[in-house]
Structure formats: C-alpha cells, structure tokens
Write a protein that binds this ligand. Structure first.
Ligand SMILES: Nc1nc2c(ncn2[C@@H]2O[C@H](COP(=O)(O)OP(=O)(O)O)[C@@H](O)[C@H]2O)c(=O)[nH]1
Ligand SMILES: [Mg+2]
Ligand SMILES: [Zn+2]
Length: 291
C-alpha cells in the first residue's frame, strides 16, 4: 500500500492520535475495528498508518506492546518516576508501596523522587533506609537541588511521572526543562489553564527521551492478584527461591525468606505490613470474583 508510515503515538486528544514518524508528527484517526477489538490505541504505542487520500492519517496496524499502564493510559513504558512530597501533602508511604507493586508488576523500572525537601528534611534518613532497594532521589524544585541527576535518567527512555496531586510533578518538569511552561498548582489556580495542562496524556521530548506528565490522582485501583503481588517487588522476588515453599505468599508460611529479611531489617517493617494489607485485599477480590 502506498504512503504507509510507521511511528509512535505521542499524544491522544479528542479522538485523534498524533503519531511521530521520521521526525514529523502526523494527525491520525484509528479505524473503528481497533475500538471493537478492545485494541484502543494508546500513547506510547507503535503503529502503521496510511496517509494516502486523506487529510488525516489512518492507523491500520498496531504493534504488540511490551507493557501497559492503566493510569496514566500509556504503553511501552521504560520507567516511572514516582513523585512523593515529604510534606504538603504528607509523605504517603502506603500509596508509594502500592505504586511500586503496580509498576514493578508491569516490568517498569520505578525511580522514587522525593520533593519539597527545602520545607522539611527531617524524614530523609528514614526514607533512605526503608527504600534502600530502590533508586531514590531527593529534590527541591524551587532551587533546583537534585534536579540535574534526573536529567541523565531520561535519555533513550519513555518515562512516566506518577504521583498524587500537589506533590510537585509539573514543577519538577519545569525545573528539568525551563522551556516547558507546564501549568502548576499555583498557576492553574490563579490563571486558569496554562500552555500545557495535564488533562490529556502526551509524551514530551526531553534530554534524549520522552516523558509524560500525568494528572494527579490520590487513589489507584489495585487489580493485582495475590500471586502477582507476591512476586511484584523485585527484592521480595529475588528472595523467593530461598522460601521453603514454592509459590510462598510470604504470609503464614514457615521458613519464608521474605519474613526472615523483615526480621533482619533488610526489608522495612512498614513495607511488609503494607504488603500484608494489600495481600488481604487481593485475596478478598479473588473470593468475590470466583466465589
Ligand atoms: N517548597 C517547594 N514547593 C514545591 C516543590 N515542588 C513543587 N512545589 C509547590 O507545590 C505546589 C504543587 O506543585 P505542582 O507541580 O502543581 O504539583 P502536581 O500536582 O504534582 O503537578 C506548587 O505550589 C509548587 O510551587 C518543592 O520542591 N519545594
Ligand atoms: Mg501537575
Ligand atoms: Zn516467602
């Protein structure tokens, strides 16, 4: 077929998909059959599209995905910056542990970013200790402290920014790249919508990679099964071969390597406690589903 192009969807807005191919961005629509197939194209997807005879392109074929995140809806993600403020709003370790489970289960690398350390730096050591198995950055987006190290993480990667509303996601993106002008809490309250808003999903080019800001959300629907949950955290997963029972849920089982690590202090008690709560919820969901 003539005029077939191959590219990546970088923005979805008002029924259109903006596809980047060979350095150009094309406005396209999806054929109805993708929707009927439950194969709704997502930002991050690779696709083939046809440009012949139309003002807009038509997406004809979707490539298989490496992974998908539901919130924000985006495919083929390499890493997630999990942004949490130390205060205003208070550091929410329950939500962080939930994000970590969801992201690691999807084979996406989590990077924890703690913001607003200029307001309160008393909790930093505790956070460092509890999240030692993870890549962790502390930043102050006002002065730009710690922002430089994040730039080098973006090269050749598709990165999503996740976190509650008000933690400083958009402010961090503006601090990373001064040309962005993304609306932040203060601006959007005072002046209405800014140049960019975070109502739609869009991959923004930055430091040799793509990054997607997301609207804040304070809750996330947890859909992991008990089995998925028990193997989602990479440090739990690495210990699993040392558990006495194959398929150990790290709960009531004897000789569990994860529980031993909690006793030793190499896995934080808080993380394990949150894991048990999520496990209980996951089991309840399963009971409801299968009776
Ligand atoms: N003191 C301080 N304030 C920050 C920092 N990061 C963001 N803020 C403020 O926190 C508020 C919410 O930031 P915003 O980027 O809109 O949060 P978002 O909802 O996660 O995108 C704004 O008033 C920012 O100025 C920081 O590192 N230090
Ligand atoms: Mg924002
Ligand atoms: Zn175990």
């Amino acid at each position: 077929m003539a005029d077939m192009l191959y590219g990546r969807i970088i923005k979805a807005l008002a029924g259109f998909y903006y596809v980047e191919a060979d350095g150009m961005v094309y406005k396209t629509r999806a054929r109805g059959r993708f929707r009927n197939n439950r194969q709704k194209p997502l930002v991050g997807d690779f696709c083939q599209f046809d440009l012949s005879g139309h003002q807009e392109g038509y997406i004809l074929k979707m490539e298989p995905r490496l992974n998908v995140l539901e919130r924000p809806p985006i495919a083929n993600v390499d890493q997630a910056l999990l942004v949490f403020s130390i205060t205003e709003p208070d550091f929410d370790d329950i939500l962080l542990d939930k994000f970590l489970a969801i992201v690691e289960n999807a084979d996406i690398k989590p990077v924890i970013i703690i913001t607003k350390i200029d307001i309160d730096d008393t909790k930093m050591d505790d956070i460092k200790q509890r999240y030692a198995p993870y890549e962790l950055h502390f930043i102050d987006s006002m002065s730009g402290d710690g922002v430089e190290e994040i730039k080098s993480l973006l090269k050749d990667k598709v990165t999503v920014v996740m976190g509650q509303s008000g933690v400083g996601k958009s402010t961090m993106l503006n601090a990373l790249d001064k040309t962005q002008n993304i609306a932040t809490g203060e601006i959007s309250q005072a002046l209405g919508r800014g140049r960019h808003t975070t109502r739609h999903v869009e991959l923004i080019k930055m430091y040799g990679g793509y990054i997607a800001d997301t609207p804040g959300f304070s809750s996330l629907e947890m859909k992991l099964t008990p089995e998925e949950l028990s193997t989602s955290y990479h440090d739990f997963r690495e210990l699993t071969p040392d558990c006495r029972f194959r398929g150990c849920m790290h709960d009531k089982e004897p000789d569990c390597a994860v529980k031993a690590a909690v006793e030793k202090g190499t896995i934080a008690k808080s993380r394990y406690a949150h894991y048990l709560v999520m496990l209980k919820d996951a089991r309840l969901r399963e009971e409801k589903k299968y009776g």
